[in-house]
Ligand binder design. Structure first.
Ligand SMILES: *[C@@H]1O[C@H](CO)[C@@H](O)[C@H](O)[C@H]1NC(C)=O
Ligand SMILES: *[C@@H]1O[C@H](CO)[C@@H](O)[C@H](O)[C@H]1NC(C)=O
Ligand SMILES: *[C@@H]1O[C@H](CO)[C@@H](O)[C@H](O)[C@H]1NC(C)=O
Ligand SMILES: *[C@@H]1O[C@H](CO)[C@@H](O)[C@H](O)[C@H]1NC(C)=O
Ligand SMILES: *[C@@H]1O[C@H](CO)[C@@H](O)[C@H](O)[C@H]1NC(C)=O
Length: 512
């Protein structure tokens, strides 16, 4: 009943507010809202470690804010009710603690005062960026989420206060459609950002909207950790997440759109993810994700930004793609295509099948982790491989003639390079070439079509399903879920070659 009434409220506010403004667009479907994310090609300071003054810093930031202003208008024209901008999109990155200082706005703390920076510009000093963002939200009557640098002064009575008497925070700010600053989130899991401090206490930030209820918010690297992301979603039963990021893609398992989709599916939420667009730095990949549908953007060729606007349901009902009948094994499927490929000529000749069925495994480095790998040597088969307490099982059938090498991989250990976090992963990946030494390399193109069931006996319930095809495009599994103590992913066919199928588990308790 409560839910029904809530749905009615969203529906009517949509009609009153939105259709009134956007008469042309068909954007008022009941229980839906229109979201926008902007993948911004940030105009960078060419020399971020040099010391500059506030005036020069503002000049650079205003150039980025000019682009934001255009995009807010474009998004609202398409019916957007909320727009998300990426992390570091206004000031850039690679600063030192000293060189970032002129780029920081003051933000009142705690956020107890109701403050509209556009209407009350003179209340605090050093709030020019907040002022511009607030005016964009007000002028366009849209919720706006952006990331910026903020400063907060502290005294030595605060045991965490840095020696120079101020905190620098990597901060997401949220404005309501009237321009009021309604929330701020200070990034917890900094990614080698020496210019910034970790907040003295963890922010669990949520904000309310009239069109989709409450949103959670966190930033970039946070997506891999329990605090605050997972805790926030579970404690507050969050169904919408705004996610500014500046993510450097890392194949085969951690390309931006690949993990963004996996996160939305795993938590059954909508994720609005805005990344930086700097293909030269490995940064591209943004999208609007529901648990079962993705509006994703990935482009390494273009050098301009990209606005994504999509209408999505506030909450997704039961996911149909999880309902399909689970299949125990593909071994019984009739093979009408004979598959031959270089590593396994013998199998094609029908000789020495015993040799290739023999348990053969090797080690390969994938994203700095030492995976145990086993090749797919047959046109079809059932193989498994274990490491520590995790066993991964693959039942497969190769569909197309392809001499590409694929491996089943397992990793169950602490990841220690560029961050420390415990990973349990079962993956099916295409190798860089036909030599076993190429397995784990970054691959973006593939022809191999494979029917498969991949499963593992994970020790964590937090398993992120990855499914990436040729050209770094996304796909969804036919079946996903727990079956006894195994997490299972199943997929038949596909529209293009398989690059990665993965079950990426995060065992947060073992992060230490
Ligand atoms: C920033 O630093 C990273 C790592 O130190 C480097 O790879 C990147 O090229 C730098 N980017 C810019 C724009 O200076
Ligand atoms: C802003 O800065 C000016 C000049 O430093 C100072 O006189 C003024 O009191 C400050 N205003 C506030 C609200 O802090
Ligand atoms: C990977 O792990 C195996 C088993 O522990 C070990 O023998 C091998 O040396 C490791 N390889 C690397 C590159 O660390
Ligand atoms: C996973 O399965 C293997 C093989 O049966 C077993 O040795 C291991 O203990 C299992 N792991 C868990 C967490 O149950
Ligand atoms: C595979 O690559 C390794 C290292 O590059 C090389 O030593 C080896 O000869 C290659 N094997 C084949 C079969 O090409």
């Amino acid at each position: 009943m409560l839910r029904f009434m809530a749905a009615l409220t969203f529906g009517s506010s949509c009609i009153l507010v939105l259709c009134y403004q956007v008469l042309t667009a068909d954007v008022c479907r009941e229980g839906h809202y229109v979201a926008a994310v902007y993948e911004h090609h940030v105009i960078l300071n060419p020399n971020p470690t040099a010391i500059t003054d506030r005036q020069s810093a503002l000049e650079l930031m205003n150039r980025n804010l000019d682009v934001y202003e255009e995009q807010v208008m474009a998004a609202v024209k398409q019916g957007a009710q909320i727009i998300i901008f990426p992390e570091d999109g206004i000031h850039g990155f690679n600063f030192t603690r000293t060189s970032i200082y002129p780029y920081l706005d003051f933000i009142p703390y705690p956020l107890s005062v109701k403050w509209n920076p556009c209407k009350e510009a003179d209340l605090f000093n050093d709030t020019e960026v907040l002022h511009r963002l607030s005016c964009m939200a007000l002028k366009n009557q849209v919720f706006l989420v952006a990331n910026m640098g903020t400063k907060q002064f502290c005294t030595h009575s605060d045991p965490y206060c840095p020696p120079d008497g101020r905190y620098h925070f990597n901060t997401d700010v949220v404005f309501s459609e009237s321009g009021t600053l309604i929330a701020r989130y200070r990034k917890q899991n900094l990614y080698f950002e020496y210019a910034f401090n970790i907040p003295p206490e963890i922010d669990y930030t949520i904000f309310d909207t009239p069109f989709a209820g409450k949103f959670g918010i966190f930033t970039c690297f946070d997506i891999l950790f329990y605090e605050p992301a997972v805790n926030l979603i579970m404690q507050h039963n969050v169904k919408q997440v705004a996610y500014p990021t500046a993510w450097m893609n890392q194949l085969p398992l951690l390309s931006a759109i690949e993990f963004q989709q996996a996160f939305a599916t795993a938590f059954n939420i909508n994720l609005l993810a805005a990344n930086i667009h700097h293909p030269d730095l490995g940064m591209t990949g943004s999208g609007i994700y529901t648990p079962s549908k993705s509006f994703a953007y990935y482009d390494t060729e273009s050098f301009s930004g990209k606005l994504i606007v999509a209408e999505i349901p506030v909450t997704s009902e039961h996911e149909t793609h999880l309902d399909n009948e689970i299949q125990e094994s593909f071994s019984s499927i009739h093979m009408d295509t004979q598959v031959c490929y270089k590593e396994n000529k013998k199998a094609c000749d029908g000789i020495a099948k015993e040799v290739s069925k023999e348990a053969y495994s090797f080690y390969g480095e994938m994203m700095y982790d030492n995976f145990t790998l086993r090749p797919l040597t047959e046109p079809k088969g059932d193989i498994h491989i274990c490491s520590n307490t995790l066993c991964c099982y693959l039942s497969y059938q190769r569909l197309a003639l392809s001499d590409e090498l694929y491996v089943l991989g397992v990793f169950d250990d602490l990841h220690t390079v560029h961050g420390t976090y415990y990973v349990q992963a079962c993956v099916l990946v295409k190798c860089g070439g036909v030599n076993y030494t190429t397995c784990g390399q970054e691959v973006t193109e593939a022809n191999g079509l494979i029917n498969f069931q991949l499963k593992g006996n994970f020790s964590t319930v937090f398993v992120f399903p990855l499914l990436l095809r040729s050209g770094v495009t996304l796909d969804f599994a036919d079946y996903l879920g727990w079956k006894n103590s195994y997490y299972v992913m199943q997929k038949k066919g596909g529209s293009s070659g398989l690059v990665t199928a993965g079950l990426y588990g995060r065992w947060y308790e073992k992060d230490k």
